[in-house]
Design a protein around this ligand. Structure first.
Ligand SMILES: Nc1nc2c(c(=O)[nH]1)N[C@H]1C(S)=C(S)[C@@H](COP(=O)(O)OP(=O)(O)OC[C@H]3O[C@@H](n4cnc5c(=O)[nH]c(N)nc54)[C@H](O)[C@@H]3O)O[C@H]1N2
Ligand SMILES: Nc1nc2c(c(=O)[nH]1)N[C@H]1C(S)=C(S)[C@@H](COP(=O)(O)OP(=O)(O)OC[C@H]3O[C@@H](n4cnc5c(=O)[nH]c(N)nc54)[C@H](O)[C@@H]3O)O[C@H]1N2
Ligand code: SF4
Ligand SMILES: [Mo]
Length: 641
């Protein structure tokens, strides 16, 4: 038995180090790396179950071509990798020659956080450039807001939390989506650091927090502005803030445009509660850990802007124990300057993928190449995404026959993360890591890069797509090498990103055009999305059981579970199977009652499969957030029929 080190590439802030135990070519155990300062030797539930996925009988390891797609006799046929790649290359060359490269869409999402996956984008840039996506279904609104406010996204060191007096978990389900924060949060709590949770959903993190406020969904903007107003009135904002913040007067005017009571009313919150939160926040230094859920709303960017401004104006940015942490710059240490998304002839906003593909003309999109993504399940309006892919020549690179793969003409089997070779950063801390293949991929499965390497000569591309992975790794780590960190050192174990400061924006220097933070001066609160007829907001949220749609199939049987407050279910009993309806359609669900939830939300697990009728995105209309082209996932009004 041998132990091999690698790293977890899943779309998760934690970026764990992994130790795999291999016995006679088979991985028999997967554990967290005890030497990794954040991983601390433990794994989340979903990845502790990863070997079931790795060795699942449903995993596909041979290329397949779909014969007679969408016609009688529609069937999959197993083929050799060479003939699958010949067909893919033939179609790529044909559409590029006949209609131009914009007729091909390269779509990639969060199947892997590896840096080598950007080589796929580069490949299509060099081949085309082709049509790409814009915005980001996951974090686009918050990304946009932080870029406007601070010039970039950055966070204080992961362990700097212990310098705080108060920590606001602002819309964050740590037990599910950020489990490696738990040890440090528990340590903080034991040191007397106050933990405050602001979330519309009652979840396990509420028990960890000293205080929990079950906010109305989408009311974070008025709450943050009301808190700042209360602090302004009591001279608890930083008197020096005008020196390092632009728009100071405009911001103060915005705060003064409503009284504390009026801001509280807009947030649908008792004034006393808002004041109490402002008082807690004022007892700093205070770190805000801003979650990702709250910005997947119509006013998502505005909410993050209001929170950023609270952090800046109160003097909590650029100091130990402070900050508004939304993201750690996971790519920052690597050299990705070969990417030029601006060169793409066209971009489709990611949340509107289905209708965007269908609406594209001049040239129309005729071919879609999907890697590391399951858009039929994960993007709103699943049926339109499904139709758009079914009606085009679609290639899907995956390990399983997902809802998206079912729409493909060609399925190319991908290596799993334990067979992959890559470089990683993390969006929840500053450590870099490397992935080494623990075993070889089975059958004809290949890493995404190996697939490209074999495709390159077929579509007229040569160097650098003929280089091997280690040459690419050297290229990607050039900046690190120049700062004295060799690839060998990186590969020996996790390394802290040498370009990341302990305190983000130290000295209150911001990479904006003026060098100062940019405060918001305007806030428009959207009208509530729920009505008397459709009184519940559908929220399909992350679950500990799965990474997005990567569920074991046995957990996708029967109707999806919908959790609601018992008062909203009329005469139904818990366990009843009912239909819910939105403007887009109906979904069958089994009811679960939870009296700790708000009476205006309906909760589901994210990533339920379309093929099993369990996907919230079947009834979630596609819509963009106020800025940043993020998806509005949690504002679909529904009713129980
Ligand atoms: N187990 C597991 N972990 C995951 C994932 C998974 O699928 N499963 N997915 C990963 C992915 S893709 C990402 S992007 C990250 C982050 O994944 P997310 O699931 O976005 O994680 P959170 O940041 O915890 O944000 C969710 C929280 O935001 C809250 N929220 C929703 N709306 C509002 C609001 O209007 N106001 C406030 N204050 N809160 C609100 C929700 O109730 C929930 O508690 O985690 C990753 N981690
Ligand atoms: N209703 C609703 N929908 C949501 C969300 C929500 O909260 N509510 N959350 C959204 C968020 S935050 C996100 S980030 C997206 C996630 O959307 P996706 O990134 O599409 O997430 P996954 O379902 O994990 O699908 C990734 C696929 O990549 C495959 N894969 C894994 N590793 C590799 C690899 O190395 N190569 C290749 N080629 N394939 C690989 C996996 O098998 C899987 O099928 O979902 C979004 N969808
Ligand atoms: S999914 Fe996240 S928490 Fe789980 S092992 Fe991977 S990086 Fe760690
Ligand atoms: Mo995400």
């Amino acid at each position: 038995m041998v132990q091999k080190k690698t790293a977890c590439n899943r779309d998760c802030p934690d970026g764990c180090g992994l130790i795999a135990t291999v016995d006679d070519g088979r991985i028999v155990r997967l554990a967290g790396d005890p030497d990794h300062p954040v991983t601390q030797g433990f794994l989340c539930h979903r990845t502790s179950q990863f070997l079931k996925r790795q060795y699942s009988p449903q995993r596909i390891t041979q290329p397949m071509i779909r014969q007679n797609k969408n016609q009688a006799g529609d069937r999959w046929e197993t083929v050799s990798l060479d003939s699958a790649l010949d067909l893919v290359a033939d179609r790529m060359n044909y559409f590029r020659d006949q209609l131009g490269p914009a007729s091909i869409l390269n779509y990639r999402c969060g199947g892997s956080m590896g840096m080598m996956k950007y080589v796929t984008d580069f490949f299509f840039q060099e081949f085309g450039p082709v049509t790409i996506k814009s915005g980001d279904i996951c974090a686009g609104a918050g990304d946009w807001a932080q870029a406007i406010d601070f010039g970039t996204q950055d966070s204080n060191d992961f362990f700097d939390l212990l310098n705080s007096k108060t920590v606001f978990l602002w819309g964050k389900n740590v037990y599910v989506s950020h489990v490696h924060l738990l040890p440090i949060l528990k340590q903080a709590k034991s040191r007397g650091i106050q933990l405050v949770l602001i979330d519309p959903v009652h979840h396990r993190t509420a028990a960890l927090a000293d205080e929990f406020f079950q906010i109305q969904p989408g009311a974070d903007g008025p709450l943050a502005l009301g808190m700042a107003r209360w602090m302004l009135d009591r001279e608890r904002l930083d008197p020096a803030a005008a020196n390092y913040c632009d728009q100071w007067d405009g911001y103060c005017d915005l705060l003064k445009s409503r009284t504390v009571n009026q801001w509280a009313a807009l947030a649908d919150m008792a004034p006393k509660t808002l004041e109490h939160l402002a008082e807690l926040y004022s007892d700093g230094p205070t770190t805000i850990l801003a979650g990702w859920g709250m910005q997947r709303r119509r006013n998502g960017a505005a909410s993050i802007r209001a929170i950023d401004a609270l952090g800046a104006a109160s003097g909590n940015i650029g100091i130990p124990g402070g900050g508004v942490s939304f993201y750690f710059p996971r790519k920052g240490a690597y050299q990705l300057d070969f990417l030029d998304p601006g060169s793409a002839p066209r971009a489709i906003p990611e949340p509107l993928l289905g209708s965007g593909i269908e609406a594209a003309c001049d040239p129309p999109i005729e071919m879609v190449f999907v890697t590391a993504a399951n858009p039929v399940t994960n993007i709103p309006d699943s049926r339109t995404v499904q139709r758009a892919l079914n009606d085009r020549f679609t290639v899907v690179v995956d390990m399983f026959m997902t809802d998206t793969a079912k729409c493909a003409d060609v399925f190319l089997p991908a290596a799993s993360m334990l067979e992959d070779d890559d470089l990683l950063g993390a969006y929840g801390h500053h450590y870099l890591n490397t992935m080494q293949p623990v075993i070889d991929p089975p059958g004809d499965a290949q890493t995404d890069y190996e697939i490209l390497r074999q495709l390159a000569p077929r579509v007229g591309l040569g160097q650098p797509f003929t280089d091997d992975v280690s040459q690419w790794k050297r290229k990607l780590t050039r900046r690190l090498a120049a700062s004295g960190i060799s690839l060998e050192e990186l590969e020996a174990g996790q390394t802290r990103n040498p370009f990341a400061a302990q305190v983000a924006f130290a000295g209150r220097h911001f990479p904006t055009t003026t060098g100062r933070a940019n405060l918001l001066t305007d806030y428009q609160h959207p009208p509530t999305c729920v009505t008397r007829e459709f009184p519940l907001r559908l929220m399909a949220l992350s679950t500990a059981q799965a990474q997005a749609s990567q569920w074991p199939s046995e957990k996708q049987q029967g109707p999806a579970v919908l959790t609601v407050h018992p008062s909203v279910a009329g005469n139904y009993q818990e366990g009843d199977v009912v239909e819910i309806e939105s403007e887009l359609g109906r979904l069958e669900v089994g009811l679960k009652f939870d009296s700790s939830q708000r009476a205006d939300v309906a909760l589901m697990d994210k990533g339920g499969w379309v093929s099993q009728g369990r996907c919230a995105n079947l009834i979630t209309p596609a819509e963009l957030t106020d800025h940043g082209q993020c998806a509005v996932y949690y504002e679909t009004p529904v009713k129980i029929l």
